[in-house]
Design a protein around this ligand. Structure first.
Ligand code: SIN
Ligand code: MN
Length: 266
């Protein structure tokens, strides 16, 4: 049996070295079925948290569901999510962002090369990158439906974005295929040659963690299979920014430390 102290230090050193960590655990099928059904319901509603692909009524993403939906509020406290985030951060955490990127079959558009921390530092004034993204596959993710692609170890290089792609302040450019803060293709491609790339593929219920400063992207969904990816960003309570301007569904205001639920069921 794995010694849990050894396991924790192992996943932490892997995460600190590579900037991402694919968990050997998978969330139960019935739990994922319930979350998927709820997200399908919520994203069909006409509400400000729902974002569409440019010029269409195709849902690209839904944000901040943990603030208004009880199932999602409970989901973010599960040991496999919050417990993992706390192990990686080494301190109490709260939810900074919650989103589901839907990447609909054939229509779901790409995410260019970027680093999440560029948005949180430049838009929200987050002091350090002591936060972590926990990603959960709500659908099976394979090579053709637009998996997240990371450049392992690139988080050690700091922020690499150059010219902002606009005037700043318009949050739509933080969630669209036309992102405000990107890593120029020539830099990302040269890093990819040097450090390699890895695609986060796996069955429904798979989960992984990735670092706020890791360079990552994902391609258009070229397949008939939807790729819904749930992303919860946990921030260390000590790192909570003040004076936030972006809508609350993009950046949570409540930095009270969360307590981990007793079990991985909802
Ligand atoms: C994606 O949903 O493929 C992109 C997620 C991210 O950039 O954080
Ligand atoms: Mn990102």
């Amino acid at each position: 049996m794995t010694n849990s102290v050894e396991y924790q230090s192992d996943i932490r050193s892997q995460y600190e070295r590579d900037g991402w960590f694919l968990s050997p655990h998978v969330l139960a099928e019935d739990l994922i079925d319930r979350v998927r059904a709820r997200i399908d319901d919520l994203s069909a509603q006409d509400r400000p948290e729902v974002v569409y692909e440019e010029g269409t009524r195709t849902v690209r993403a839904i944000h901040g569901c943990h603030l208004f939906d009880d199932l999602c509020r409970r989901l973010v406290r599960l040991p496999m999510l919050l417990g993992l985030a706390e192990e990686l951060l080494g301190e109490p955490a709260y939810v900074y962002q919650f989103k589901v990127n839907m990447k609909q079959s054939r229509e779901g558009a790409a995410w260019p090369w970027h680093q999440d921390y560029a948005f949180w530092y430049r838009e929200d004034g987050m002091a350090s990158d002591k936060a972590v993204n926990i990603a959960v596959h709500l659908d099976e993710v394979h090579e053709k439906n637009g998996p997240l692609c990371v450049i392992p170890r690139s988080q050690h290089l700091g922020l690499l974005d150059k010219e902002p792609n606009g005037a700043g302040g318009d949050w739509h450019k933080h969630v669209s295929a036309d992102l405000e803060y990107t890593v120029p293709d020539e830099i990302a491609e040269s890093l990819a040659r040097e450090l390699g790339t890895e695609h986060a593929t796996g069955p429904t219920g798979s989960l992984y963690a990735f670092h706020p400063t890791i360079v990552h992207s994902s391609s258009n969904n070229l397949s008939d299979d939807r790729r819904a990816l749930l992303l919860v960003t946990y921030n260390a309570v000590s790192n909570a920014p003040k004076d936030l301007k972006r809508p609350e569904f993009l950046v949570s205001r409540d930095s009270t430390p969360l307590t981990v639920a007793a079990t991985n069921s909802l």
